[in-house]
Design a protein around this ligand. Sequence first.
Ligand code: R5P
Length: 302
Amino acid sequence: MTLILGFEDYLPQAEKLALCLSFPIKQIELHQFPDGETKVTLPEKLPRNIIICRSLNQPNEKLIELIIAASAARDQGVEHITLVAPYLCYMRQDKAFKAGEAISQKIIGKLLSEYFDSVITIDPHLHRINNLVEAIPNKAAITLHASHAIANFLQQKFKQPIIIGPDEESEQWVKAIADPHQWQYTIATKQRYSDRDVDVSFSNGDSPNSTEPNLTEQDIIIVDDIASTGKTLEQAVIQIKQQNPKSISIIVTHAFFVDSAIERLNSLGVNNIWSSDSIPHPSNAFSIIDTVATQLKTDEAS
Ligand code: R5P
């Protein structure tokens, strides 16, 4: 028997996973001491195999609690621990851009590989590496994609939307969403100046081999993996609006939307803002938990 362990901040998703897999679920209890430390209490008598399900947004505290929990589980004799972290933190800093900068992807990846036998995540932000195993070494590190769930969701809402990727990196998921449905798509170019300052531009059909679709009177969907400050999306919306589309919707996998990003996007006239439940957020509109469950069922069967 495999037991799922969830934390309060991601319990509905952990419960959904348990339901999909018909596995029992129990909660890991946390108590904050006045000095800022956390007491982590696991259920007694754990089985040999457990799955810990917790997304790693706001990672600094969560990582400590997770590692304490995994160590305590080992002390109880647990043999195999899977971490399901639909949002995986610290994947973006994959190189030292300036002397002295820590390569957090490598450090956190190694840490996770020491405590977990396998790690499953959704669309981690891997930039200069292709495979999650390069970040989480020597372990079963599995990347799943939200594209199928996103396409299914959009199909219920639109007949023939045009999909927009706000930067070159987004082409992978934009293509995966658009191609199976033969939806048109286009990819913008992004210039990032700082955390909160970006420029997004479209070629507007200038390039000789451009197949840029005309956005006028069309339902436009901007797709991205992460919305952090929302500046990337905001700049894309400003550009797209110049072409007078019928509607503009935004759909992302990992929803942070910090700094009142939702309000800013709404004030630009965005019609819909949707996200997956990889990070709990009011914009959550579809689930990636079924995708995780399917992977775990396949693992069980093999
Ligand atoms: C980066 O390349 C990602 O794909 C996102 O576009 C980025 O993280 C979004 O950040 P922000 O919302 O702060 O512009």
